[in-house]
Design a protein. Structure first.
Length: 333
């Protein structure tokens, strides 16, 4: 009887794998098309921006532009003047000034820009009509080491931001590829365990036991309605709420890692947890119980009472992979 079960299980797994492979292939091709569309749309937006830059540069050089475009160019100049004013104000607060030639922030005491060599005059402090300037407090404030560190950190952030913008066109493709892999893993676990549970429920009586794999495992059919690991009873509604909360936390962690470039090993682990968790959660929502079908045939009765399924194994393994990936990333930093 055990041999018949494994033969039927093998056929079920084979059919499920073929169906999953076909669906995954279709999803992958569709995802590739969407990625290409997104890439082309980004290129169109970039070309439009380039056209605007060419027109604005001609306007700055004094070339004639269409009246409709001239208004846009004038508005851009107004915003650029406002930006320059903000930069000057921010630099003055730190005892610095902005080079009019290259736009770099330099020390207020220098007469020439250390970056481009251009003359760098010190602007007179603006005085509103009727205001009295206190000569003792109007002196430049010396920059502390902490402020210098903040300036350097700001420069590094600008570099990182620039590099991110340059490589931004490749990020959606990488994100979609990672999403596709995770979807395949989670979907595969979900469908495979669904088929196994369906086979167990249709071929074995509830509460039945049978030794398999040389007596190492017990093949069973247990309907887990309100217990964790078949032992801790917490109630049916609490089981559903706990499963839903767990799924929400895992999905949030996966999305966070996907957006912020998390460790690949961690994302694989989270995909396994999602696949197994969704399978069990779907059972609880649709049937009111989870079908568990395997337990260890050991002498310890307490361990032998623990009945689990493929989803439980994937959740446990995924948790280990997620923790290992995070630990690896932490040590690497």
């Amino acid at each position: 009887m055990a041999r018949d079960f494994f033969d039927e299980l093998s056929d079920t797994i084979t059919r499920t794998t073929k169906d999953l492979g076909k669906k995954a292939g279709q999803l992958y091709e569709a995802q590739k098309i969407r990625s290409k569309i997104s890439s082309e749309e980004q290129m169109v937006q970039k070309l439009k921006a380039d056209i605007g830059n060419v027109i604005f540069e001609k306007y700055k050089e004094g070339a004639e532009v269409e009246e409709a475009l001239k208004g846009f160019c004038e508005e851009i100049e107004q915003h650029l003047d406002i930006i320059d004013g903000y930069k000057d104000a921010a630099a003055e607060m730190k005892g610095r000034k902005i080079c009019p030639a290259c736009g770099k922030s330099v020390d207020r005491s220098v007469s020439f820009c250390p970056y481009c060599g251009s003359v760098c005059p010190t602007p007179e402090p603006e005085k509103a009509e009727g205001d009295v300037v206190d000569t003792e407090t109007a002196e430049p404030v010396e920059e502390t080491e902490e402020k210098q560190a903040e300036n350097e950190a700001g420069t590094e952030e600008e570099k990182v931001s620039t590099e991110t913008e340059k490589s931004g066109q490749d990020f959606p493709v990488n994100k979609e590829a990672a999403s596709m892999l995770s979807l395949t893993i989670a979907g595969g676990i979900f469908l495979l365990d669904y088929k196994i549970k369906e086979h167990i429920d249709s071929t074995r009586l509830q509460g039945s036991k049978e030794e398999v794999l040389g007596g190492r495992l017990l093949l069973r059919n247990c309907h887990n309605k309100d217990k964790i690991l078949g032992k801790v009873k917490i109630g049916r509604e609490n089981c559903q709420e706990l499963a839903a909360a767990g799924m929400g936390c895992v999905a949030g962690e996966y999305w966070h890692q996907l957006l912020h470039g998390g460790n690949k090993l961690s994302r694989v682990g989270l995909a396994m947890i999602l696949g197994g968790g969704m399978s069990n959660y779907t059972d609880r929502r649709n049937k009111g119980y989870v079908t568990d079908y395997v337990s260890l045939n050991v002498k310890n009765k307490e361990i032998r009472k623990i009945v689990f399924n493929l989803s439980d194994v994937c959740i446990a393994a995924g948790t280990i992979l997620w923790a290992a990936g995070n630990l690896f990333s932490y040590r690497k930093k």
